[in-house]
Design a protein around this ligand. Structure first.
Ligand code: FE
Length: 339
């Protein structure tokens, strides 16, 4: 037999046995930093014998890739770090609904898609962080307060093309309508200490070095600075104090990192198995703690650092609203002059 045929036969044999080859793997597209998920994936493999093939990338790039790969995508599961992008993935038609009693029991309704196309895996809050010696806390109790004249030239917040800000604005539109939110956003822009630049950590640094007195940032960035190896960042983070917004009204704006099973998944069962593992008590604790986040599942303990920031009331708005109102939020921020 000529070598050509040998190869062909061998390939056919592999091709004809997809069940055997695919039974023990799951392909993951993840927008989560590898260090924040890999140890957990290894644990999953150890427990179940299912190999996880991890592709890490930026959320938008992964979504683009999923869309262009279509039915030919090798991906079974998509992980992103905010509800807005999970919603985009759903809208793009690359996810599928999942029926899992374990997921439904572990993930509160608020933190999952109404059609079960994605599930939150960890919770983060977007809060105010202040220089306690320069800010009178009694005058800063809500996101709404950020637009007060008192804070003119004193607020650091990143740009409007950041999805976390878009989701915050979407939540405000959901609660108080577009008109009121737009007037508020204009006031907020008036109070910027500097043109928006950098990430959430840079806003916290802005407060620490005195460029501004109030930063708006996600809690885990402060956690990351406090627990990281960079001494300067640790010292800076110690300068700021967390203010839980809207505790007497709607609660602090929260978002989730989460995951959805890909529509064209060839290893759907393993993808669901992995999702279920990620909401187990043990995984929840590790997953949330590694990035200073809050577990999505009730009753799972949090780290001492998170405890030190105190308990808070979270906004109970359904996460899918954030995605649904995203376009409106982006246009509103643009009209308000938020660059
Ligand atoms: Fe982030």
């Amino acid at each position: 037999m000529k070598p050509y045929f040998k190869t062909t036969l061998l390939l056919s044999a592999i091709y004809l046995a997809p069940g055997i080859l695919q039974a023990a793997e799951v392909n993951l597209y993840s927008a989560r930093k590898e260090a924040l998920i890999k140890p957990l994936l290894d644990q999953f493999t150890e427990r179940t014998g299912v190999t996880v093939n991890l592709v890490t990338g930026k959320a938008d790039a992964l979504l683009q890739r999923l869309t262009s790969e279509g039915d030919n995508t090798p991906a079974d599961l998509l992980i992103t770090t905010d509800a807005g992008r999970l919603h985009r993935a759903k809208e793009a038609g690359v996810l599928q609904p999942v029926a899992s009693a374990a997921l439904d029991a572990a993930v509160p309704e608020q933190y999952r898609d109404a059609d079960d196309q994605w599930y939150g895996l960890s919770v983060r809050a977007r809060v105010m962080m202040i220089a306690p010696d320069r800010v009178d806390e009694s005058k800063l109790k809500s996101y709404q307060d950020l637009a007060n004249e008192e804070w003119k030239g004193r607020i650091c917040i990143r740009s409007s093309n950041n999805i976390y800000n878009q989701s915050l604005i979407a939540s405000m539109i959901a609660h108080q309508g577009e008109e009121q939110t737009e007037a508020w956003a204009k006031g907020l822009v008036e109070n910027f200490a500097r043109p928006p630049a950098g990430g959430d950590r840079d806003q916290i640094k802005g407060v620490a070095v005195g460029q501004c007195d109030i930063a708006v940032a996600n809690t885990y960035y402060l956690g990351g600075m406090l627990t990281g190896s960079d001494e300067t960042q640790r010292a800076m983070a110690q300068e700021v104090k967390v203010i839980w917004p809207n505790q007497e009204s709607t609660g602090a704006h929260v978002n989730v990192s989460g995951a959805g099973v890909v529509k064209a998944a060839k290893n759907k069962e393993n993808a669901i198995k992995l999702l279920e593992f990620l909401v187990s008590d043990e995984a929840q604790k590790w997953y949330a703690e590694e990035n200073s986040e809050y577990p999505v599942k009730a009753g799972v303990g949090i780290s001492d650092l998170l405890k030190s920031w105190g308990e808070f009331k979270a906004d109970d708005l359904a996460m899918d609203k954030l995605g649904e109102l995203n376009d409106e939020a982006v246009r509103l921020m643009d009209r308000a002059g938020w660059r």
